[in-house]
Design a protein around this ligand. Sequence first.
Ligand code: NAD
Ligand code: UDP
Ligand code: UDP
Length: 312
Amino acid sequence: MKKILVTGGAGFLGSHLCERLVDKGMEVLCVDNFYTGSKSNISGLIGRQNFELMRHDVTFPLYVEVDEIFNLACPASPVHYQYDPVQTTKTSVHGAINMLGLAKRLNAKILQASTSEVYGDPEIHPQPESYWGKVNPIGIRSCYDEGKRCAETLFFDYWRQHNLEIKVVRIFNTYGPRMHPNDGRVVSNFIVQALQGQDITIYGDGSQTRSFCYVDDLVEAMLRVMDTPKEFTGPVNIGNPTEFTMLELCEKILKKTASKSKVVFKPLPEDDPKQRRPDITIAQQALKWKPSVTLDDGLDLTVNYFKKILKL
Ligand code: NAD
Ligand code: UDP
Ligand code: UDP
């Protein structure tokens, strides 16, 4: 049985990934310091014979024996990653060095959960992997964006210098059950606000765009990337190319929840990207993958999840 390490395994994406790997019969080691993740995300896995949980901070060295590493540890929502920005950079950079050092010692394959934030506030639309991005190095989002960019640099230097087998995926906005209700991301914010009859907070005029991928599609793509031949390093964009404005998202959620919430407009946060949409040509060709869950279907599943956890 393959032994697989998932860092950040108690988070939103990590918990879905662990679940899929455990169901496939892999031996899964979930490492998390519970900064934004929680035991409740993985409560369904605790007690399963091929699942093990370890509390550990990836900015410190880790000595375990595994065959493959999925490196997801890092807070992902602006509210959380800006709360302690120095720690965010440490997690991305020191975390990457430690996990790459571990992979090097074990000759293990290692996948990095990178992000569309490496493109910053993009001037090229949609974003292909060849685009180098437009990122502010000293702004409030930089701890995350530049941390993730440096992690990509480290992955490619370990590949060039040490011949490590690496896979870099650039994840675009992903949503679904187990998003943290207070993590400040737009899908969870709008749904929670709509369900609780609170004002829906649109930042700016709501004309900015994002392209939302349902978590199951994302996890499927990550598993396929890990199984690509050694020559395939990425970076590869993973996301759903159907693009919406935040106003359109808000309307959809209000309708689905039959909510009477009022819509209010708040200032746009600094460096908030105006548009974002993945070019997924490489993923489609190399992985024979494309997203299959529409925003409407995915939102229905997510609304039901939040109704359950908010006890509505
Ligand atoms: P999340 O915040 O739910 O999960 C991150 C997990 O990492 C949490 O369980 C947290 O406790 C853990 N963690 C944080 N710092 C750690 C540390 N120093 N040591 C050990 N564990 C640590 O976020 P998510 O949405 O599941 O994101 C997972 C990964 O995917 C992140 O690397 C994120 O950058 C990347 N990503 C996510 C999205 C998205 O839309 N969800 C988009 C792009 C990239
Ligand atoms: N490391 C780790 N687990 C291991 C091997 C290495 O956590 O099994 C960490 C260790 O902290 C080291 C870092 O990974 O500093 C980078 O390792 P590498 O071998 O690339 O470089 P080193 O710093 O050891 O020369
Ligand atoms: N946003 C919003 N209202 C909210 C939360 C976010 O209008 O309550 C906007 C935010 O300004 C951004 C978009 O929604 O333009 C997506 O934000 P999120 O934090 O989910 O992701 P990211 O900006 O990292 O893509």
